[in-house]
Design a protein around this ligand. Structure first.
Ligand SMILES: CC(C)(COP(=O)(O)OP(=O)(O)OC[C@H]1O[C@@H](n2cnc3c(N)ncnc32)[C@H](O)[C@@H]1OP(=O)(O)O)[C@@H](O)C(=O)NCCC(=O)NCCS
Length: 191
């Protein structure tokens, strides 16, 4: 356990059910999840063209992932969450607060759910858990996200939770087929 001692981690542990009635949990990952999280991320990046990173570009090492998990778990204004079903990671959320003092009341998150478990309410629970945490955090007042304008499923979910579009980066993305896509920025206030 020695090398994991400095991590805060494991403050969250909540149980939920998917729409099909399967039990899943939401908790905070530790360094022990680094390997599994890398494999999970590879699966996500190869399953959709609606995220920025391509599978070929993803080159995270276990050591770097361990370091990243530790840094975020030790930052009281950042948050990592995993959803687990039958002890496998099926969802992931990271929230990183802005490191600049004048923008430190804001932070951005990214979320994903394993393709086999999408549409089951897991993404919604992950974001709701983030917002509960943010409302208790005295520093975080505004939570933002960026999403491809073509990612209808994700935009639908964010709107349902209360996120509002605040701007667009026009033609920020060029898909491999040459199609341009805007990036939509959305936000919600937590204080
Ligand atoms: C976007 C994503 C995180 C959503 O997670 P999810 O667990 O599938 O979503 P949920 O089951 O919690 O869906 C909640 C809401 O989203 C919307 N939604 C979900 N699936 C949908 C679909 N196929 N079509 C339209 N809306 C959909 C619905 O409004 C749904 O509400 P409802 O359950 O009341 O019907 C997930 O699909 C994903 O990981 N996609 C690939 C990676 C990605 O795009 N990440 C976001 C990058 S910004």
């Amino acid at each position: 356990m020695g090398k994991y001692m400095s991590e805060i981690g494991s403050n969250f542990y909540n149980e939920y059910q998917t729409k099909e009635g399967k039990r899943f949990t939401i908790e905070q990952p530790t360094s022990e999840h680094a390997d599994e999280l890398i494999n999970y991320s590879k699966k996500i990046f190869s399953s959709t063209d609606q995220v920025l990173t391509t599978p070929e570009e993803y080159s995270m090492t276990v050591d770097n992932e361990i370091e990243w998990i530790k840094i975020l778990n030790n930052n009281p204004n950042s948050l990592l969450l995993i959803a687990k079903l039958n002890s496998a990671i099926i969802g992931f959320l990271f929230f990183i607060s802005n490191s600049k003092k004048k923008a430190s009341h804001t932070g951005e998150f990214g979320v994903s759910v394993h393709p086999d478990h999408q549409g089951q309410g897991v993404g919604k629970r992950l974001i709701e858990t983030l917002l509960q945490w943010a409302r208790k955090n005295s520093q975080i007042e505004k939570v933002v996200l960026q999403v491809f304008a073509t990612n209808k499923k994700a935009i639908e979910l964010y709107k349902k939770i209360g996120f509002i579009e605040e701007g667009r980066h026009i033609k920020a993305i060029k898909q491999p087929d040459g199609t341009y896509v805007d990036i939509v920025q959305m936000f919600i206030e937590t204080h």
